[in-house]
Design a protein around this ligand. Structure first.
Ligand code: NI
Length: 170
């Protein structure tokens, strides 16, 4: 495994639409492993392929299984060609950061619950029902695949205070 360089604004790769993945080959496996390592090292709670310079529809997410519970184990999600197939009308505001937009955080309104459909690393279908922060992370990551940054959706963006420096980025 190897760390990949995280692309930051204003790199154009962050503004383009990523392509659907059709080959579940060795190269894809290596990309996935490298992205997981890069996300953990950052550290971040998610990473989308354009953030490592690849215009492929692929995201990795690692977050607590149940963020309402203390010491909830972290769960790793690798989703190829992810799509949000349903999103709750109910939304909530939350503060987001992004590894590709260093030095800023912003307040973003997101659906409280989403259902994500896609494929796993072997190409088998997967469906994930996410709520709360996990739902937020998936919405943030899938936006990256369409060239959308959280700053496009944020009601306000600011330089984080020392306490806000710990906000999870993805
Ligand atoms: Ni991001």
């Amino acid at each position: 495994m190897a760390l990949r360089e995280i692309v930051t604004v204003p790199n154009d790769v962050l503004r383009r639409k990523a392509r659907k993945i059709t080959e579940f080959d060795k190269e894809l496996q290596k990309t996935i492993d490298d992205m997981v390592e890069t996300m953990r090292e950052a550290p971040g709670v998610g990473l989308a392929a354009p953030q490592v310079g690849l215009l492929d529809r692929l995201v990795v997410v690692e977050y607590e299984e149940d963020d309402e519970k203390e010491d909830s184990p972290k769960k790793l999600y690798v989703v190829v060609n992810p799509e949000i197939i349903s999103a709750s009308e109910e939304t909530e505001m939350g503060i987001e950061g992004c590894l590709s937009v260093p030095g800023l955080v912003g307040e973003v309104e997101r659906s409280l619950e989403v259902v994500v459909r896609g494929q796993n690393r072997r190409g088998q279908p997967v469906k994930i029902k996410a709520d709360g922060w996990l739902a937020r992370i998936f919405q943030h990551e899938i936006d990256h695949l369409d060239g959308i940054l959280y700053t496009d959706r944020a009601t306000k963006v600011w330089k984080p205070t020392p306490e806000e420096e710990n906000i999870a980025a993805d």
